[in-house]
Design a protein around this ligand. Structure first.
Ligand code: SAH
Length: 387
């Protein structure tokens, strides 16, 4: 791909036509009913959109001519525009996607030997102000539409599918990009239902993970609404420190958060919750912190909690530092010895600022990049590959 497929002022998007990427299966069926079409036609079109990644009604060969004309008049398939895409040395791939009003968000693909994970954004910026996250310094701009959330996956799947010499598939999605997904509940649920749906991307519930800083009532609502996996950004197991790092903790302290986690597990007895813990030098990485974390994890039924240790990823202007390798290992060993399932997340894609919490970097120098993008366009070079 690596091409500007359309200009930011896309005539399709500028019209008052409906973007089909905003609908889950039921929404699409309802929309087709409004058009006076049979609901199964909606499912036929859905397969074209998500299985064949086709955005041109004209190429949907088993859709009758009359319906195609009707669709062209009333709607479109509008994924976000790729402003840039870039691959890191380790195969991590990042897309900078243009939204309206000059906003841009990012999606990141992380290939591993047995799976390929796409990290998806839910908001432009974020309002939660977690002290160690670069997105926070950007402030909150707006929620993404469902089409902009699922559109990230559509763009990435289409791009990766076009890489013929490698088998690169999206097997997992994590809502761990920019934003707090539970503050954009409806649109995120619509997008995740398309990730889960057999006529959409068809991923199992274990493979679609929503990560939250801990909005307790919304965790309960989520568990009643859709079958996906839950990750909780914990980062500290005592309220004083957690409130400092994740200000939302003041509103929903650890005991309440663990209550919501317990209720989640009760509803889904055979699943587990991932607790993310970003390790920052001298802040939350000491043996006493590990002991507090162990105690907290014991409040959940055996096997239902996993800890994901994330070495802090630095960004310009941050006061935090990554913990030393020895400290990280010692912290992990304490947890493992206490029989707490613990994984250490290997830092990926940091040479392109695609690692957790680094997505702000891209938005910060968006202006420069956009200027370059426009310059290349002006020079008649369609190719906007940034690496
Ligand atoms: N708002 C959601 C999802 C976005 S953050 C949430 O809080 O879960 C995705 C994960 O990256 C979270 O666990 C977050 O705490 C972590 N993270 C943020 N900044 C980081 C940084 N600088 N280094 C490492 N991890 C970071």
């Amino acid at each position: 791909m690596n091409q500007a497929t359309s200009t930011p002022s896309d005539p399709k998007a500028a019209s008052d036509k409906v973007n089909l990427l905003d609908f889950d299966r039921q929404g699409l069926r309802d929309f087709f009913a409004q058009l006076g079409e049979k609901p199964y036609r909606a499912e036929q079109v859905m397969k074209w959109i998500y299985h064949r990644l086709e955005d041109d009604f004209g190429k949907m060969t088993d859709v009758g001519k009359a319906l195609r004309a009707k669709l062209e008049a009333s709607c479109y398939v509008g994924p976000p525009k790729t402003l840039f895409d870039r691959a890191a040395a380790d195969g991590t791939h990042k897309w900078l996607l243009g939204m309206d009003g000059g906003n841009a968000i990012e999606a990141v693909y992380i290939p591993e030997p047995t799976r390929g994970t796409l990290c998806v954004s839910s908001q432009v910026g974020c309002g939660l102000n977690c002290q160690f996250c670069s997105t926070a310094t950007q402030g909150f701009n707006r929620n993404l539409a469902a089409s902009e959330v699922i559109g990230q996956m559509w763009v990435a799947a289409k791009h990766l599918g076009n890489v013929t010499h490698q088998n690169r598939r999206i097997t997992n999605v994590v809502m761990m990009g920019m934003g707090e997904p539970l503050l954009n509940f409806d649109n995120v649920v619509t997008a995740m239902s398309l990730m889960r749906d057999d006529l959409g991307f068809g991923l199992a519930s274990k493979r679609v993970t929503l990560s939250t800083a801990g909005l307790v009532p919304m965790i309960d609502k989520l568990s009643e609404t859709i079958d996906v996996s839950l990750a909780v950004s914990l980062h500290a197991a005592n309220d004083e420190l957690r409130t400092e790092l994740v200000p939302l903790n003041k509103r929903y302290p650890i005991a309440e958060l663990m209550g919501a986690c317990l209720r989640w597990i009760e509803r889904r007895p055979r699943t587990s919750i991932t607790f993310e813990y970003t390790l920052m030098k001298g802040v939350n990485d000491q043996p006493e912190h590990a002991k507090q974390l162990i105690k907290l994890m014991r409040k959940l039924p055996t096997g239902s909690a996993k800890v994901n240790l994330i070495p802090f990823n630095p960004f310009p202007g941050t006061r935090f530092e990554r913990s030393d390798a020895d400290t990280i290992r010692a912290f992990q060993t304490l947890l493992l010895n206490a029989n707490v399932l613990t994984m250490l997340r290997r830092t990926r894609g940091d040479d392109i600022d695609a690692a957790c919490g680094q997505l702000k970097g891209q938005v910060l120098d968006r202006t420069r990049r956009q200027a370059e993008f426009r310059k290349r366009l002006d020079q008649g070079q369609g190719v906007v590959h940034a690496s």
